[in-house]
Design a protein around this ligand. Structure first.
Ligand SMILES: [Zn+2]
Length: 333
């Protein structure tokens, strides 16, 4: 590096430090209280549980709710954010909030993409129709610039307290986003087709997040068996694996070995963001198995532009490495 380049690099570091200092002026700032446009209400709860496929009657049926521990209809706990969302209006009537100003600052510096990375909610009590909520938010922290898989960016953490308009605290939430520069991730597309050596050095496929509840499924795939979790009590099939039967509430389960035949219920062709372990464009199917459950898997042996909903498919096994075997689906000839 010549003296001029060193000077330029130092200047860039200084600019970065100055920019971070500017961002960090927002730490600890409380944004204006925001009140939900509507109180907790039955129509919004009904739409939500329909969209989620949650058939628990305590959300919609006053008689069933009265017979439950809650005594009256409750809103699903995870609807919390929905009650105070400001909707499509980009800015409040009183002008940009400190949060808006911080986002503008990041956008202006090129960190224009956003992804939510953490959401932690704590509930003081269940919400019922008629509860009217408001929030107080504090911008807790802005991280230094970090290189992440998605790109180079800053994490912004906000703490939000939910209370009723009478001042009763009902919940708390920590919400963290990453504001990043698009195209700067570790998976950014290569400038040209990868050389054969690069192909050979392809990183291993990302690991699934194994838990005590789903490990059995991945153990079965290692033996080239596609299994479906089945409630031992009411025999309802379910996938992805989870501890409890949605239908009867039982925690007891066994498995059924699937035939491996099904149809493409839906699909996407992924172009971006690109993870170096995969080839793109990458067709991924939501496969409706003939037993009735669905699963997400790679589609193989078919050009992305030829994939259509309803195509009959069957499983084939891909041994990615000694720890990971996954099902993929090809067209039935
Ligand atoms: Zn069951």
């Amino acid at each position: 590096m010549g003296a001029e380049e060193v000077a330029a690099a130092e200047m860039a570091e200084e600019d970065k430090a100055a920019f971070l200092a500017k961002l960090r002026k927002f730490e600890g700032i409380e944004t204006a209280a925001q009140t939900g446009p509507d109180p907790v209400n039955q129509p919004m709860i009904r739409h939500w549980v329909e969209a989620m496929g949650d058939e628990n009657p305590i959300y919609v049926d006053p008689a069933a709710a009265a017979a439950s521990a809650h005594g009256e209809v409750i809103a699903p706990a995870v609807m919390l954010q929905a009650w105070v969302m400001r909707g499509l209006k980009p800015r409040g009537a009183s002008g940009p909030s400190p949060q808006d100003t911080l986002m503008d600052l990041l956008d202006g510096a090129g960190y224009s993409s956003v992804v939510a990375t953490n959401c932690e909610q704590e509930y003081a009590r269940m919400l019922h129709p008629g509860d009217h909520l408001r929030t107080r938010s504090v911008l807790e922290s802005v991280s230094e610039e970090k290189q992440t898989g998605m790109g180079i960016g800053h994490f912004v953490t906000t703490r939000i307290e939910y209370e009723t308009t009478d001042g009763e605290p009902v919940a708390k939430m920590l919400f963290r986003i990453l504001k990043f520069k698009p195209g700067t991730g570790r998976g950014a597309p290569p400038a040209a087709a990868p050389a054969p050596e690069a192909e050979a050095q392809k990183p291993p496929r990302p690991r699934p997040a194994l838990t005590v509840d789903n490990a059995f499924w991945f153990d079965a795939t290692k033996q080239h068996k596609l299994v479906i979790q089945r409630c031992a009590s009411c025999k309802t099939l379910r996938h992805p694996p989870r501890p409890r039967c949605d239908k009867c509430g039982s925690y007891d389960w066994d498995t059924l070995e699937a035939s491996g035949k099904g149809t493409i219920y839906s699909f996407v062709v992924v172009h971006f963001p690109q993870v170096p372990s995969f080839d793109y464009p990458l067709p991924i199917g939501l496969i409706a198995l003939e037993e009735g459950t669905r699963l997400v898997a790679n589609l193989v042996g078919i050009a992305p532009e030829d994939v259509k909903v309803g195509m009959p498919v069957e499983v084939e096994w891909q041994d990615h490495d000694e720890d990971l075997t996954l099902p993929a689906f090809h067209l039935v000839k």
